[in-house]
Design a protein around this ligand. Structure first.
Ligand code: HEC
Length: 162
């Protein structure tokens, strides 16, 4: 009887795997800190501020790569930019739709110009994208974050020959 009621009590948990609270407290082994919970790991996933630092950097490198005629590098940077964007979409789902819309409206046309090795199209679309970046900053209450393209190519991008 005891076994049977125990089974019945456990059944709802068995059905969904584990409930959210239990999942959060689930301890998993990590290399340096052997007792982190899934909740603690979830709390340190990168937010949009962290993602945007890489997002902006790759966008910047793409410009000077294209300008130098290194279209392969430019395409790579924009592709990686959209990949770090996906991290932001996952950790900050409230902004996912805007980020996707931005990607389709601005980054896809830039990528098309890169494929066509068309500097004039690239630079016009790049300028439009900067407006889009700052439009989203203003629209999300971060109007004080005004992205401006640095006037010089990055001094060093590890392992990259311009
Ligand atoms: C979803 C709308 C959105 C789009 C599109 C967007 N951003 Fe952001 N960006 C944000 C938000 C929100 C923050 C502030 C993050 C926070 O509060 O954690 C931010 C912050 C930043 C920061 C400051 C990072 C820091 O903490 O130092 C930079 C740089 C940045 N964005 C660059 C860009 C660039 C470049 C683009 C376009 C290629 C862009 N962003 C497009 C929403 C956006």
């Amino acid at each position: 009887m005891l076994v049977k009621s125990g089974f019945l009590v456990c059944l709802p948990f068995a059905g969904v795997g584990t409930n959210a609270k239990n999942m959060n407290d689930q301890v998993v082994p990590t290399k340096h800190n052997k007792h982190m919970t899934l909740g603690q790991i979830a709390d340190i996933t990168p937010g949009l501020g962290t993602v945007m630092i890489e997002y902006g950097h790759r966008f910047y490198v793409a410009y000077y790569a294209a300008k130098a005629g290194n279209w392969g590098l430019a395409g790579y940077e924009i592709k990686e930019q959209t990949e770090i964007q996906e991290v932001g979409e996952a950790t900050r789902p409230g902004h996912a739709e805007e980020l996707k819309a931005f990607e389709h409206a601005y980054l896809d046309p830039i990528q098309a110009a890169i494929k066509a090795k068309d500097w004039n199209a690239f630079s016009a679309r790049y300028a439009a994208a900067i407006e889009g970046c700052n439009g989203c900053h203003a629209g999300t209450g971060h109007g004080y974050i005004k992205y401006r393209l640095p006037t010089h190519a990055p001094e060093s991008v590890p392992s990259v020959v311009w």
